[in-house]
Design a protein around this ligand. Sequence first.
Ligand SMILES: [Ca+2]
Length: 400
Amino acid sequence: MGTGVTGQDPCMPSNYIELNEPWRNVQQTNDGTQNMCDNGFAGEWYRFTGAAGEAMPTQAPPSVHRCGTDAPMWMNGQHPTLADGEVSRQACAFWGSNTCRWDTTIQVRACSGGYFVYKLPATPVCSLVYCGAGAMSVDGGWSDWGSWSACSVTCGVGEQTRDRTCTNPAPANGGADCDGLAQETQACDTGVSCAVDGGWSDWGPWSDCSVTCGVGEQTRDRTCTNPAPAHGGADCDGPDQESQDCDTGVSCPDCSDLYPGLSPARTFRRYQDHCFWASARINGRLDYRAARQECESNGGTLALIKDPGVQEFINNHLKNGRGKRPWKYWIGLDDMNTEGEFMWNDGTPLGSYRNFRSDSAHVDMDCVVLRRTRRQSHWDPMDCGVSLPFICQFDYNVNQ
Ligand SMILES: [Ca+2]
């Protein structure tokens, strides 16, 4: 059998000649004016590549006048396998109605790179050409889907995608592209509730005026419920209440007009919704029980000092025109019911605001005075029988 150069592998690119002319492909027809001829071949090894195709056709071409010449040549027999090694085949030239009008013997072998090489002699006559045939087309096929991407959001419901590629196999030689989408999308629920920042409701209506005479105050509210903050969202910013002055248009009566039984009227002072009245220091002295009775018979009580505001008001009230001498007035606080347990005259317990000068032990049935020295005012327990001036307290209610 003929071989190439002894000892050289014809499958190696340096040992074969590429045939890649477009006209050489068996699908190329011509009108009979093109007359290529392979009579210059001399038994070299050849490989069909590129536009020429990748192998010789193993069936007669559909017609003559192909492959750039009049009588196209094809290989009469199957291609060998790798294991077959080098084989001989008949190459036929198609002319007229004879698919093998001329013939010659060629050598063929399969190469491990997936192609064939042919040892081709000069054609018997001209114009004959060894034809190439195109590779089979390969339709594309999808790869497996990739994994889903991370969800597009970190709370609530978002989206995720996955991809595939048209590479299994990739389309080749005019084969069809893959059909369908290369990416698909689905919803993904993070299972985490999104934080909701709070929002204010509308303001509610203004409240009634705080007073029934003179100028008072009224308020309106809003709530952080539109929406309420949730899942770590921010609270509403700003106040949930606002206030404004309200003028009743009604002149307020004096305390002395409301409680005409007490004199002198000039010692009445109003603080918030109460009137306070102090008896005269010289002529207005009574013991605790009598002082309490005097206040109550006029519709009030001895003064109930339950917060620092009232304490300061009474202190300032009594200070006016009283000089610098110390003074004492009964207020409505005593422990006559239970020793050591001070109660206000309205029946309420002492509570958290207390202004005793000291916590020293007291005698039975202590009654309490508001006492002012040069430096300060405070409370002192006293013998209830002592006669002292006193301070009454009355509701300031213009509707009574
Ligand atoms: Ca006591």
